[in-house]
Structure formats: C-alpha cells, structure tokens
Design a protein around this ligand. Structure first.
Ligand code: SF4
Ligand code: SF4
Length: 573
C-alpha cells in the first residue's frame, strides 16, 4: 500500500458560507443579481476588486440567505459575532440596552450568565450598579427547528419588547457589523418582528467588500445608519452622558466625528508586531493621542482594541487596554474644565490593528460640564492605569503584573500557568491532552518562567485573537456561546496564516492523514497537506480542560487574566 495519499490542496471557498447550514438557502446567480440591485451593492465599484476575489464571488461564497419568522431571535447581546446581517425584507426589532433595563438572560434562552468580558470584569471592580435588577416579564419562550438550526423565539414578541426600548430595523439596514469586524461580542439583541429575509455575511467577506470598493458604498452606508439610528444610544451608554435629555444628546451627536485607525490587514504578521510591542516599539500601531498633549478630543471605542501606554525610562509601558464602549480623555477634559491650565492626556493611546471610534470635541464636553457641575464627580469608563492600581490593592505583586502586561499575557481569558513549586514533572497533563485529541497533545509544557510560574505554550483564548484576522475561510473563529477560539477542521485549508499571526506560537500545523494513517499530500506538489491545531479547552468534554483535571498536584491552572479575583487567588503574596 502506498505510504501517501494524493489529494488537491483545499482553497478558501471550498466550503461556501451557505453550506455551513444545511437547510439554509444557497446563493444562486439569479439571487446575486437581485442583491446587486440593492443599495449599497448597486453603488459599488466592481472594477476595484481582484479577479480572484470579485464582488460576485464574495457574495456567492461568503454570504447566505437566512429567513426568520416573527418572534425569532436573530442575534443575542453578549454572544460572539463572526458575521454581519443586511436586511433584505421584513422588519426586525433591536433592543436598545440601558443599564438595569435589558432583557433578562432567561428571556433570551440563556441558562448560564455569559462569559465576562474584559470591560465587565474590570469595570465591576470600581463601578457600583446604579439601578436595581431589571423586571422579569412573564414570557413564553420556545425553540423550534429550522433546517439544522435550533431557533429561540418569543411568543407575543410586541408585548415583551414594549417593556424595553427598541428600535426598528428595516430593509436596507445592517446590523452586527461592528462585532463581526472587531471580533467582539454582540451589543444588541435582535428579533424578527415580521417574516424577514436577511443576507448574512462572514466577516472576511464584509472586510473584503469594504477593502476593495473604491466608492466606499458599504462603509458609508454603515456609518450613515449608525449616525442616524445608533449614535444617540451609544453616547448615552457612557456614564458621562447618561442623564442628558434628548435635545442635549442630539446636540452632542451632531458634533462627534467617526474615525477608524489601523488597517483591516496588518502590514506584517501579528507575531512580529507583538514582538516589537514587547520591545516597547509601538511604531506600527497608529498613535491616536500622545501623553502630555493638550486634550483636543475624547474618544469612545466602537470596536477593536486600543493600548494605553505611559513613558517609562527611554521607552513606554503598557498600562491597560480599551475595548468597545470604553473611553479615553474624558477624565482629563472634565478635570480641566473651567481651569486656566488644561489637564493634558495622562497616557498615550494606540490602535492595535483595526479600531473604530467616536471622537468628541473638548468644547462639547466642557459645555456639558459647565451646565452640570456635578459631572465633575463622574467616573468615566476608562481603564486608565487601573491594572496597576488593582494589582496593588489586591496584593498581587506589581512585578508579576508587569511581567503579564509586558508579555501580553493579560490578553488571555484562559492563560495556562504552571506553578513549578507544585509541578512534579510527571507529564500527566500532556498525556491527558493527547488522549483527548487523537494522541496529539495541543500544548507544550514549556515556556517563559517568572519566579515559580511557567507560562506554558498553550492557546490563551485571547481578548483580541489576532490569529483570526487573516484566516481566509473563517475556520478559526469564536465559539458563539462561550467565546473560546476554536478551529473548524472542515473549513481549515492549511494556509498557516493563523499560526504566523499568533504572537504566542500556540498554533501548530500538523500533516493530514487518512483513515489508514497515510499522510495526505498535494497531488500537484507532493508536499504534505496540513491543518491548524491548537488548544480548544476540550470543547467537547463536559469536565472542562483535561490538562487541568489530570493534574493531581493542583499545579496547572487556567487564569482569566482580567479577573482580579482569579489573579488574587492564584498569585497573591
Ligand atoms: S491562537 Fe494565539 S492569538 Fe489566537 S487566541 Fe490562541 S494565543 Fe491568542
Ligand atoms: S490554517 Fe489557520 S488561517 Fe488558514 S484556514 Fe486554517 S484556521 Fe484559517
């Protein structure tokens, strides 16, 4: 029997998006022609697209048509988004979240509280809730089968949603695009109010539509829609602007500016950019504001991740990260309002890859402060320097926190740490991992050591998983419910973009074998076909990660680095 098995090399669109759902309508050419009649598609410049990546090919392969019945839940706030939606027909209702007045999780068919975000876990440490628990309406929640999907729906949707603030989404509108492009959780829950037909697009496809269309038709339409339908509520969600009335909010909204920083695609592999970051050389990250400068504007992040740094000897030190909803510069502007000398920015702000933000001019904030002097006492939702302050107040040694920050381990939501004072080098953890994953372990018991802690070479399940940025097929993605970073073996084409981008070398390209154990080779070049593998936190094991469960010495644990209670439990001196 031959030792190898020849096959053709997989390609980006071997598995079109519509094939991921049996039962979903496929995109046929006549349907594409109809989509191309809708704005903004009819305003796009097809000539700017590459031959191998034409507009029609993107629509055929990276989109699918989804049909919803009245009451169907389309997207749920807190779930991770890998795609955006464009309304082709029908009407939907989007819940406008306000603190203490959101739809309760059980109404949305969610049993467990969602995984905490970086923002929520940090914010919890110094923000007190301002409102009581939201009322829980008596609702009839059900599920039904739609092809291979199980859909949650609410009976008598209008009665339930009338208790909450909602906005209407009509044909020609987009939703979900910010979380798709920014790799962040959804911030809105959307239900179908009428039978609705939606065009769902993979984030890779949306990125390419925005990247190659010289007329910027999609980008302009998305921004115009946000200004018209979402901006006021977005501003109101910031504690600084909670209490503004409709007129004040409207006046503020007319003065803000939208801005994006960084590129959809990085000029260099992210691994290299991260290493430069370790050396405090941030020149590849777009500088937005500089420490010590007059604060001309405040910024609120719409999507993406930004780094805050302060000068440190001859370089810079990262003091924290901003994610969607967090602001920069408001504290300085509020503090300096009415003073002779302005308070300069206390740190610099840089965009890590693509960042979308809303900029508010200083005089607009000062006007609010002059009308409402109590705003001076407000806490803004910035994380400036909070990492340091929290670490000190929680007894975690500052030098250890600095090590985590400097090496970007604060990115991890499940960072694997091994306490070398407890570890007896038995390798039970590695064997357990191999036993769970076809005899190939997904991590290496090796890595940087600080004092008695080893940061083992395993996927951290990052807040900003740059491994996903250039995956052409979307094979590496966030699990929609728990947010873990996982790889779809069906759609991985082995291009190694993810492995090249992971700053932690947590992805391995392994040769593919057939059922008889023969290595599968490319029929043209005869080189082995490979696939990306990495830690998946034992996604299909009910007991959680096998490595941790197998360690009888309690030496190996997974830490959510932004949860200071976990840090305190593990690292307090
Ligand atoms: S593969 Fe790398 S970049 Fe991606 S989540 Fe894991 S550690 Fe982070
Ligand atoms: S190798 Fe990585 S980047 Fe390439 S298709 Fe597979 S998961 Fe995506």
């Amino acid at each position: 029997m031959p030792q190898v098995h020849a096959s053709s090399r997989p390609k980006r669109w071997d598995h079109p998006f519509c094939n991921e759902l049996s039962g979903a309508g496929g995109i046929d050419p006549s349907c594409i022609l109809r989509i191309l009649q809708f704005e903004p598609f009819c305003n796009m410049d097809e000539a700017g697209f590459r031959k191998s990546l034409s507009l029609r090919d993107i629509l055929s392969n990276d989109t699918r048509i989804q049909r919803y019945e009245p009451g169907d839940l389309v997207v749920r706030s807190g779930d991770w988004g890998n795609s955006a939606f464009f309304v082709l027909s029908g009407q939907l209702r989007a819940e406008i979240e306000r603190p203490g007045r959101s739809l309760p999780p059980e109404t949305l068919g969610r049993k467990q509280p969602v995984h905490k975000t970086f923002l929520s876990s940090i914010a919890r440490l110094w923000n007190k809730p301002e409102y009581g628990d939201s009322p829980s309406p008596e609702v009839q929640i059900s599920s039904r089968q739609h092809g291979s999907q199980t859909r949650t729906f609410i009976q008598d949707l209008p009665t339930v949603l009338d208790e909450y603030r909602t906005s209407i989404l009509s044909p020609g509108q987009w939703f979900g695009e910010l979380s798709a492009l920014g790799r962040t959780p959804r911030t809105t829950t959307v239900f179908a109010e009428e039978p609705a037909k939606l065009l769902e697009i993979r984030w890779q496809g949306l990125r390419d539509l925005m990247r190659f269309d010289k007329n910027a038709a999609v980008k302009t339409q998305i921004e115009d829609a946000f200004r018209e339908h979402g901006l006021n509520e977005f501003l109101r969600n910031n504690p600084m602007f909670h209490d503004l009335d409709e007129n004040e909010l409207e006046a503020l909204a007319t003065q803000v500016e939208f801005r994006t920083y960084g590129e959809y695609d990085s000029p260099k592999p992210f691994k290299e950019l991260a290493r430069e970051g370790y050396e405090n050389n941030f020149e590849t990250e777009a500088l937005i504001f500089e420490e010590g400068h007059y604060p001309n504007q405040a910024l609120i992040v719409r999507s993406g991740l930004a780094r805050m740094t302060v000068r440190h000897y001859h370089g810079h030190r990262t003091i924290g990260y901003l994610t969607a909803g967090q602001s920069f510069g408001l504290e300085e502007i509020v503090e300096g309002a009415g003073r002779e000398l302005a308070v300069p920015y206390r740190s610099s702000l840089r965009a890590i890859s693509f960042l979308s933000a809303v900029l508010i001019p200083t005089n607009a904030v000062e006007r609010i402060v002059s009308q409402r002097p109590s705003e001076k006492n407000l806490k803004c939702t910035t994380s400036s320097g909070k990492l340091d302050k929290c670490s000190k107040s929680n007894g975690v040694p500052e030098n250890l926190i600095n090590f985590f920050v400097k090496n970007h381990y604060v990115q991890g939501t499940a960072t694997m740490v091994i306490d070398l004072d407890r570890c007896v080098r038995c390798d039970d953890c590695v064997r357990a991992c191999a036993a769970t994953h076809d005899d190939v372990p997904r991590f290496v018991r090796h890595g940087p050591i600080y004092q008695n802690y080893m940061m083992a070479n395993a996927c951290l399940h990052c807040l900003d998983p740059v491994c996903m940025v250039e995956c052409p097929t979307g094979a590496i993605h966030r699990h929609l419910e728990n947010g873990h970073i996982v790889i779809n073996e069906e759609t991985c084409i082995g291009c190694a973009q993810c492995a090249n981008n992971c700053p932690f070398d947590a992805i391995r390209m392994v040769p593919l074998t057939d059922q008889s154990g023969r290595v599968i080779v490319d029929q043209k070049s005869s080189s082995p076909l490979k696939q990306a593998t990495k830690c998946d936190l034992c996604a299909d094991q009910s007991g959680g990660p096998a490595c941790q469960a197998a360690c009888s010495h309690d030496a190996l644990y997974r830490v959510e680095m932004s949860d200071f209670r976990q840090l305190e439990k593990r690292f307090k001196q």
